[in-house]
Design a protein around this ligand. Structure first.
Ligand SMILES: [Zn+2]
Length: 216
């Protein structure tokens, strides 16, 4: 707990001055984030840090494995669906980014033969939502001897599967049909903090920016 309390002190004393006006404005005018950013709960993936976003910019959903359930998923699996509907219908975000990442524990669990302990039934059911994407990779990439390559392929496939599932939400369909919403599949490589974006034209994930920082 100490690091959190120290961080609160540091924020109040050293950082808050830079944000005072912005927080006051956001409290008065409400939030109007431009992007719904869906990523993994993994502690190494910080949406605001890697996109250098400010308070009010991103509506962030973090869940185990950055999974997007289909609209038909109910009950325990539906809090991400609620966030999608709120961001798309009420906040009217312009973009949705689903961002997977390297070394994802959720993907690792799905790829392993003995995925989840019986004492974590919610986790088991949640991860099962992404099982179809990972099964595809298991079949297609069975020839890959490098487990990292298979895990990366599975994490990328899971992001694309999430993108596909987004289309099952009526509110998303409506915004897509009138051209007011864009969908993006991203992948974050932890070791180098690089971001890759999926191109529907090339069917590949390519770096979002060159290593010197310029746009591609
Ligand atoms: Zn993860």
């Amino acid at each position: 707990m100490e690091p959190l309390i120290e961080g609160v002190h540091k924020f109040r004393n050293a950082e808050f001055g830079n944000y005072r006006k912005l927080f006051r404005k956001l409290s008065q005018e409400g939030q109007s984030p431009h992007t719904l950013f869906i990523t993994c709960s993994d502690s190494r993936v910080l949406a605001e840090l890697i996109t250098q976003s400010k308070p009010g910019d991103l509506f962030v959903v973090k869940n185990v494995g950055n999974i997007v359930p289909p609209a038909s998923a109910k009950g325990d699996t539906n809090s991400t669906a609620a966030a999608i509907e709120f961001a798309v219908s009420t906040l009217k975000v312009n973009d949705i980014v689903i961002c997977g990442h390297s070394q994802c524990g959720a993907i690792g669990a799905l790829l392993s033969k003995d995925p989840v302990s019986p004492c974590t039934p919610h986790l088991r059911d949640w991860l099962n939502l992404a099982a179809p994407a990972v099964e595809t990779i298991k079949r297609q990439y069975a020839h890959l001897s490098d487990p990292n390559a298979q895990a990366t392929a599975a994490a990328e496939e899971n992001v694309l599967f999430g993108l596909e599932n987004l289309h099952s939400y009526p509110c998303v369909q409506e915004r897509l049909s009138n051209g007011s919403l864009r969908l993006h599949a991203w992948f974050f490589k932890i070791a180098t903090a690089e971001l890759f974006a999926y191109s529907p034209e090339t069917h590949r994930f390519a770096p979002l920016v060159e290593s010197d920082g310029s746009n591609i």
